[in-house]
Design a protein around this ligand. Structure first.
Ligand code: SF4
Ligand code: SF4
Length: 371
């Protein structure tokens, strides 16, 4: 398999404020381009796009191509598993939504300590093994968002794990709260191939500071900024697949062009990335990947990732002397709850895979943008 997977987490939408309204016509064209260039791996999940991602996978792919011409990965939504019976209920619903009778790759979704305990309590991994024995899953694994200590415990508890999905990108490789390098090395040691998620860190490694962008462009004028991040992840030997959540045809054209005949990074390119990491680390305010996991549980319905994106843009713009973010923020808060309406209940922080101190950062957003 070619090393680029099409992530169905950030699909093109017809309405920016409604993730369920996916632009099916554009999506079909993107799927066609992906397949034409010889890529076959598609990654979705129960929860993406307000639980409609799997449906759009069926419409754009399953109903238009022979089942043996592509691979589907999807995931058991652990927050919704509250009994042993829920495993089968959710799994069967996913088969139906995707319109298939088996999944090629199936994962326990976004595992952390709490979800690991839950999966043990409700025998979720045993359920995956049973589905594999019945031919309804080809390969079983989990996606992971915690530290290397828990990862080791999970690999010891579930030796039948065939692969692990990790957040790996050049900015998180040495990040002590993500531990990308340590987790990757542990998977390699245990002989588990790695699937990479967030290689572009939710798009933030495209909107790099000007100085970093100039460095990339000076080295390779024609290469996109995204290509550096995807190739970085794909260059790791034990990485079997790199997922990219492509949101438009332009991103699809770019990604499939440089990944069609993938060339790993050379030493000179790695040195450029090392310098870019230093520049980004000295300029980014909040390392939010815009995954949206924090939003659903917020009792005040605060659009947390939108405010963090605005805040990051604001802080970067201030370095150049001028920011329009306060105007954008004022417009947004005319119809949405503001950052200062946070009641510090802490629900969002429990679901943040980046372990961000959301309550503190929202206070910073309010201080900077509510003036
Ligand atoms: S801490 Fe604030 S932002 Fe987080 S869930 Fe509670 S109210 Fe929402
Ligand atoms: S704050 Fe955390 S959970 Fe929320 S969108 Fe950002 S990275 Fe995701």
């Amino acid at each position: 398999m070619k090393k680029l997977g099409f992530g169905f987490m950030r699909l093109p939408v017809l309405d920016e404020n409604d993730a369920a309204k996916v632009d099916l016509e554009q999506l079909c064209r993107m799927v066609d381009r992906f397949m034409e260039r010889g890529f076959t791996y598609f990654d979705t999940a129960y929860v993406y796009h307000k639980q409609q991602s799997e449906v759009f996978l069926r419409k754009s792919l399953v109903e238009r191509y022979p089942r043996d011409s592509f691979k589907i990965a999807t995931k058991l939504p652990m927050p919704m598993v509250n009994s042993v019976e829920d495993n089968a209920k959710l799994f069967n619903e996913e088969l139906e939504k995707c319109g298939v009778d088996y999944f090629d790759y199936y994962l326990l979704h976004a595992m952390n300590r709490e979800r690991f305990e839950k999966a043990k309590k409700y025998s979720s991994f045993e359920f995956l093994k049973q589905m594999k024995a019945e031919g309804k899953i080809k390969h079983i694994g989990f996606s992971f968002h915690e530290d290397v200590t828990l990862l080791k415990e999970m690999l010891e508890t579930w030796p039948e794990t065939e692969f692990v999905q990790l957040q790996i990108n050049y900015l998180d490789w040495e990040n002590p709260s993500i531990q990308a390098r340590e987790c990757y090395e542990l998977c390699t040691q245990y002989g588990k191939p790695v699937i990479v998620m967030e290689p572009i860190k939710g798009g933030s490694l495209v909107a790099v500071p000007d100085r970093a962008e100039q460095m990339f462009k000076k080295h390779s004028p024609d290469a996109s900024i995204a290509s550096w991040a995807v190739r970085y992840a794909a260059s790791l030997d034990n990485v079997m697949m790199v997922l990219s959540g492509m949101s438009n045809m332009e991103q699809m054209e770019d990604n499939t062009a440089y990944m069609e005949n993938f060339v790993p990074l050379n030493d000179e390119e790695r040195a450029v990335i090392d310098r870019v990491v230093d520049i980004i680390n000295s300029s980014i305010a909040v390392a939010c990947t815009a995954c949206g996991y924090c939003v659903d549980g917020c009792p005040k319905h605060i659009p947390i990732p939108k405010y963090f994106a605005l805040y990051n843009a604001h802080m970067q713009a201030l370095n150049k002397g001028f920011s329009t973010s306060q105007t954008y923020y004022a417009n947004m808060t005319a119809s949405l709850p503001s950052a200062s309406e946070c009641i510090a209940c802490g629900k969002c922080e429990k679901s943040c895979p980046q372990h961000l101190n959301i309550i503190r950062e929202l206070k910073n957003v309010a201080r900077e943008l509510e003036r």
